[in-house]
Design a protein around this ligand. Structure first.
Ligand SMILES: [Zn+2]
Length: 423
């Protein structure tokens, strides 16, 4: 095994230029989501690379999804390289959509520039370098002339940044990702090159509408102001709910430490007449607020929602004429890789071999496609491990260190050897 390990690691040392060039090429395709630009081109580009690396390549358009349109087709790509048997099968999945560049860049966000030992651009760390690490990890094993007993799949999927419904969720719903086929999954998201990410918190997005009664603005006492009522609700949240949430801490190793607690963000608010246009004197008769509540594995969704309703009912008891409607917008349940998972053990061993250390387990403050692997496909032995610094994701001047890229490639390659076992 040591001999094989050394051969693979030495091969990866010869692949740096190719891995960097592939990452840069991917960055130069602005696969911006929304709306989902250049997905088809990017899927085919990844597919051609997989074919050159002797994968059998299949394409899956997300038929039936409303966001799969002729203007913005949702095309996913999967490459399969069969070993002596189909199992164990390790699936490496990367999303190739990126968030919009936004302002504040000092480099071309879609230039794929290579400078100072880094690859720059939108999607460099989140997560086109991760896709390159997956491809070149598998390619290094092939070039080292090693035959695996089990099989490897690599997918490039769409829309992770907007929920992954036309990407990993679609493939899972249509049986292409399933517990029967897929034994282990690694998602090379940027969660630090020495850490293994075992899941994420839950998400509950909801909208609260307060209803008032319109009246002349010169005689507000004749009406009920829905914006004022929303203000009272927000005040109650700040005073009563926020401290309770902050006092709750999960056992799951969520990073950064602030995200170990339950959180609530006010995402947007509007009420009364649209501000900026011509106004007429009226008491605001409605106000809507969208909330983003991140809940802990230990809290669970039912208790999270019940707590919100209890708070709303409390305000309704205390404030005359307070009337509200609650609408659920999105629920993502927390996900956690099972204790003792072989995929965690394999990555941990690989980290110690490649970096001489393992930074241990972390969990993501947000969510990513692991939820679909676990909850729809039933693939529970799934983690995120990949190159890049989480904090740089979605920021201006995003970059990935080439050293991180190549180290992650080595770690993934050794985990592949370990999990599929060599012949
Ligand atoms: Zn990502």
């Amino acid at each position: 095994m040591t001999n094989i390990t050394d051969r693979v690691l030495a091969t990866i040392d010869t692949l740096t230029d190719e891995a960097v060039a592939f990452t840069s090429d991917l960055i130069r395709m602005p696969t911006v989501n929304p709306p989902g630009e250049l997905y088809e081109e990017c899927a085919r580009f990844i597919g051609e690379m997989l074919a050159r690396c002797r994968f059998e390549v299949e394409y899956y358009a997300a038929e039936g999804r409303p966001e799969h349109t002729s203007a913005h087709p949702r095309l996913n790509v999967i490459g399969t390289r069969r070993g002596q048997s189909m199992h164990p099968l390790v699936h490496l999945n990367g999303h190739f959509d990126v968030v919009p560049a936004g302002g504040g860049w000092t480099v071309d966000p879609f230039g794929g520039e290579v400078r100072d030992g880094k690859i720059w651009g939108r999607g460099s760390c989140d997560m086109k370098a991760g896709i390159a690490a997956a491809v070149f990890a598998a390619e290094a094993i092939r070039r080292a002339g090693i035959a695996l007993t089990g099989s490897v799949e690599i997918s490039g999927t769409v829309d992770e940044e907007s929920g992954g419904f036309a990407g990993v969720a679609w493939l899972a719903h249509h049986g292409r990702l399933s517990a029967a086929r897929t034994d282990f999954a690694i998602i090379p998201e940027p969660l630090y090159v020495d850490r293994i990410c075992i899941g994420h918190r839950g998400v509950y997005w909801f909208e609260v509408l307060t209803r008032g009664r319109i009246a002349h603005g010169s005689m507000p006492f004749h009406g009920v102001n829905a914006v004022e009522h929303m203000g009272m609700l927000l005040e109650r949240i700040r005073h009563d709910l926020q401290p309770r949430l902050a006092a709750r801490t999960t056992e799951v190793p969520v990073i950064p430490p602030g995200a170990r607690h339950a959180t609530l963000n006010i995402n947007g608010i509007n009420g009364g007449q649209p501000v900026g246009g011509i106004q007429t004197p009226c008491v605001a008769d409605h106000c809507r607020t969208v909330f983003d509540r991140r809940f802990l594995l230990e809290e669970g969704f039912d208790a999270t929602r019940t707590e919100i309703i209890a708070l709303l009912d409390e305000v309704a008891r205390d404030v005359p004429d307070f009337s509200y409607e609650l609408r659920d917008l999105m629920v993502v349940h927390p996900t956690r890789t099972p204790d003792g998972s072989p995929v965690v053990a394999a990555l941990d061993r690989a980290l110690r071999r490649v970096l001489g250390r393992s930074g241990g387990l972390v969990a993501s403050p947000g969510t990513y496609d692991q939820k679909h692997f676990a909850r729809i496909a039933g693939v529970h032995h799934c983690v995120a491990y990949g190159p890049g610094i989480l904090d740089l994701a979605h920021q201006p001047d995003e970059y990935v260190d080439i050293a991180d890229l190549m180290n992650a490639t080595k770690v993934i390659a050794l985990a592949l050897l370990d999990l599929t076992a060599t012949a």
